[in-house]
Design a binder for this molecule. Structure first.
Ligand code: AMP
Ligand code: MG
Length: 419
């Protein structure tokens, strides 16, 4: 972040009680368990990290075959053929893909052949139909061909013992295709982590209910479950829990069992109903901390009954940003991924951004690409309750701890919210 030095540089000392964003993230990642691989069907493995090397046991193509629709020939038969002086050969049959009935070809003849069909023994080249008269019984060839022309050789793609993919690789659609080609139908991967999401707050009602006086709809529950799914985890929505010791303790007790990670929101700060730190601390090894960031200062981390718990602030923007900064990396680590962070891009700021000295600011921005590169423009009011401005954002612009503002026109690092 040293690139920002000189822009509104602040003389700051971190207040004693604050922990850094990186310190809190490291503490969370350090307490995660090592994920256990399982064997699953190839069709279920997209996006998962492979836990072992996979080597081809087969040869692909298994046999020489045609790369074109045309005629299989003995190349020497067509020596000197041109449009004006074509060579004519009798057609002795046809080989469609998957129908290897014609297994050999003698010199002086040809066979109609389709793309992917086995090349008859004796043939050594294919002439595309476009370079012939295209007839059925006797065909005129307008070109000479070199041996091997339009033939896909056996083993050109894969040979036994050749690595297909290695442990640690996250399987994409092309890996699935490659493994299927080699006949691999089961793979050993890190399964998607199960993430329980719990909203806490006396004021919350489910989104489908009409809020009574002083009540609001639970935004965080559905949003965080969606973020878990988008991050590649399996969300488990534990609903809404009241701000009282018994309900909170019961919710933890009943939900921790199906969690690789437990994420709750609300009740983490200094209000009289912010009971979560106390309840969690009574059950396990948990710290409520103030993180030097805006939005998102009050955070909880710890372990309860062998499970990692992350507590996020209740304001939806704070919860969203905190998920990006702390929960997504934890989910990626539980997926066995080494790249726990989403990419950062450098963009030019369209409007000045401010953040309190000593804290890392995250501003919701929309990215545009023009001839000069990326530009980042704030999406609107940046209050931590303004949900509309998250929905418009495709990035979080970062104002580092050691500056209190970045002026318009200056470069800024943007954490991408889009894949
Ligand atoms: P808290 O972290 O519990 O002090 O809550 C901070 C603010 O976020 C308050 O205005 C809450 O009403 C609001 N809030 C807490 N939880 C949620 C939620 N699940 N959905 C929407 N807003 C919430
Ligand atoms: Mg609350």
């Amino acid at each position: 972040m040293s690139g920002f030095v000189g822009h509104g540089r602040a003389q700051v000392t971190l207040p004693e009680e604050l922990v850094t964003v990186d310190g809190h993230l490291t503490a969370i990642l350090d307490q995660l368990p090592t994920p256990e691989p399982i064997e699953l069907r190839l069709s279920d493995a997209l996006g998962l990290v492979l836990a072992e090397d996979v080597v081809s046991e087969v040869t692909v193509p298994a046999w020489a075959n045609s790369a074109m629709d045309g005629y299989a020939v003995v190349a020497a038969d067509l020596e000197g053929a041109t449009v004006d002086a074509p060579r004519r050969l009798p057609v002795v049959g046809e080989v469609p893909a998957g129908r290897p009935e014609i297994t050999s070809l003698a010199a002086g003849r040809c066979v109609r052949i389709m793309t992917g069909a086995p090349l008859p023994a004796g043939a050594d080249a294919v002439v595309p139909v476009e370079q012939t008269s295209g007839a059925r019984d006797s065909v005129a060839f307008h070109v000479a061909v070199a041996p091997g022309a339009h033939v896909r050789g056996a083993g050109e793609d894969l040979r036994p013992g050749q690595p297909l993919t290695t442990a640690g690789r996250r399987l994409g659609p092309a890996d699935i295709g490659l493994l299927a080609t080699a006949g691999v139908t089961r793979v050993v991967c890190i399964p998607p982590p199960r993430v329980v999401v719990l909203s806490t707050g006396d004021e919350l009602v489910p989104a489908g209910d009409t809020p009574g006086p002083g009540e609001i709809r639970d935004a965080n529950g559905p949003m965080l479950a969606a973020m878990v799914r988008a991050a590649g985890g399996v969300p488990f929505s534990a609903g809404i829990v009241r701000d009282d010791h018994t309900s909170l303790a019961h919710a933890l007790d009943t939900n921790l069992g199906h969690a690789d990670l437990f994420v709750c929101t609300g009740g983490a700060s200094a209000g009289t109903r912010d009971l979560l730190p106390d309840v969690l601390a009574a059950l396990g090894d948990v710290s409520a901390v103030k993180v030097a960031m805006k939005p998102g200062m009050p955070q909880i981390r710890g372990r309860v009954a062998g499970r990692t718990v992350i507590g996020l602030p209740g304001n939806p923007v704070s919860a969203y940003v905190s998920f990006e900064v702390f929960v997504r990396p934890a989910i990626r680590r539980l997926q066995g991924r080494r790249d726990v962070q989403r990419p950062l891009v450098t963009a030019t700021l369209a409007e000045a951004l401010h953040a309190p000295p000593g804290k890392r600011g995250y501003a919701r921005v929309r990215l545009h690409r023009d001839g000069a590169g990326w530009t980042a423009a704030p999406t609107g009011p940046q209050g931590s309750h303004v949900v509309t401005s998250i929905a418009l954002a495709d990035g979080l612009a970062v104002v580092p701890e050691d500056v209190d503002q970045i002026p318009a026109g200056a470069p800024v690092q943007v954490h991408l919210l889009i894949d």
